[in-house]
Design a protein around this ligand. Structure first.
Ligand code: ADP
Ligand code: MG
Length: 402
């Protein structure tokens, strides 16, 4: 683990190259949470990219092209996930005009006549089928847009996509942005010489992508605390009928394997002992707290209950390093937010080195008023889990080295 983290923190940073008069392409992470009216509910990820963008503006880059994904479109245009919803906020935060472009060819011709310091925002890169396939054609198209490639999308750095990985084949100068550098430094502090015991707290709803990482992470940690929809999957795997709860039916076997791996490594696993259940998320009429094995018919588990909070808090309080990704329940609905907010408070109160990762988890910590009490808030959820696992993240792998 140590050497991989060191390898990643040895990449060249934007500060070490000259961008004056250059065409710069920055892979940012503008994958912000939005409500159903496309209002941005938390713009931290946009703010987190500002130092890198402003640096390029201040150093008179000829043009700055911002590339990001948003949500999970299926490789085709989908209005809900258009990055045009981000343009206004970005302009306001930058105090500068941002030109929205939804066509790579148009972007290329615009750029050839570029005089100075224009900022372009490309439409959601995941509308292109080639992005997730790390397609060389798309990678080259993106590479052709710039002299300097800056990866500042830590939240996506665990993905081998055209804009995070493939592009590096087609650009001479490729460096890490300030956010990437800040993130890797914080993680190396936690992971290079970790102060044990290390607790990993996982939850949230992106079950399929995260559950598959857990077995590999277990050898690096001492305790595994599981809440949120993730824990529903584990409880279902243990034979409880979780009824209408959100869980991943295809990953019950994976959940069992995670528990076996934990046992083999002597890692204690903490699962909810009780749950807040409801008959409806949007219009709850009946909300109760029941033992985790007693979810009633017609109900679903939407938060951890008070006994689980107590159990988890004891495990958390005795840890010296805490890594948290994934809310304990549907924290967006105030009735189902208690478990998440209480866990945020317990982590905030602890004296451990704490890292919170993931868009929603960071948002929840902020809403809980605990932001200042967390050692480091990472913009990466899945990426932080893969770092913990000891992997070299693809987003760092092919950048220039110092
Ligand atoms: P992050 O963005 O921090 O990586 P995820 O995206 O994996 O986290 O999960 C966050 C989402 O998980 C939130 O929208 C939350 O409402 C949802 N969630 C958590 N617990 C449950 C649950 N028990 N049932 C349904 N959704 C849940
Ligand atoms: Mg999320």
């Amino acid at each position: 683990m140590t050497s991989n983290i060191l390898m990643m923190s040895g990449v060249k940073s934007l500060k070490e190259v000259d961008v004056t008069g250059k065409k710069v392409l920055i892979r940012v992470d503008f994958n912000v949470p939005m409500d159903s009216h496309n209002n941005i509910s938390d713009d931290s990820r946009i703010r987190a990219a500002l130092p890198t963008i402003n640096y390029c503006i201040d150093h008179n880059a000829c043009s700055i092209t911002l590339v990001s994904h948003l949500g999970r479109p299926k490789g085709a245009y989908d209005e809900r996930f258009s990055l045009k919803h981000v343009q206004k906020r970005l302009e306001r935060l930058l105090g500068k005009r941002v030109e929205f472009v939804n066509d790579l060819e148009v972007l290329k011709s615009e750029m050839n006549q570029c005089s100075t310091e224009r900022v372009f925002l490309l439409e959601n890169i995941r509308f292109y089928e080639g992005e997730k396939k790390n397609d060389p054609v798309l990678s080259k198209q993106l590479g052709d847009l710039c002299d300097v490639y800056v990866n500042d999308a830590f939240g996506t750095s665990h993905r081998k996509h055209a804009s995070t990985y493939g592009i590096t084949e087609f650009v001479g100068t490729k460096v890490a942005g300030f956010l990437m550098m800040r993130e890797i430094e914080a993680f190396s502090k936690a992971l290079e010489h970790p102060i044990r015991p290390i607790a990993l707290v996982v939850g949230g709803a992106k079950i399929s992508s995260k559950i598959t990482l857990l077995s590999a992470v277990i050898p690096k940690i001492d305790k595994l605390i599981i809440g949120g929809a993730m824990s529903n999957t584990f409880l279902q795997a243990l034979g409880y009928d979780m009824r209408g709860s959100l869980y991943e039916a295809e990953f019950l076997q994976t959940a069992k394997e995670v528990l076996e791996t934990a046992k083999a490594h002597g890692v204690n696993v903490y699962l909810p002992v009780d749950a807040v259940i409801t008959d409806s998320i949007e219009h709850p009429v009946d909300v109760k707290v029941v033992p985790a094995q007693d979810v009633l018919e017609g109900f679903m588990a939407v938060d951890i209950g008070p006994a689980s909070v107590k159990l988890f808090s004891e495990a958390i309080e005795l840890s010296n390093t805490i890594i948290w990704n994934g809310p304990m329940g549907i924290y967006e609905v105030s009735q189902f937010s208690k478990g998440t907010y209480k866990i945020a408070g317990i982590i905030g109160d602890s004296y451990a080195y704490s890292i919170v990762g993931g868009g929603d988890t960071a948002d929840a910590v902020e809403k809980a008023g605990e932001k200042e009490n967390i050692s480091f808030i990472s913009t990466g959820g899945g990426a932080s889990l893969e770092l913990l696992e000891g992997k070299i993240l693809p987003g760092f792998e092919r950048l220039d080295r110092r």
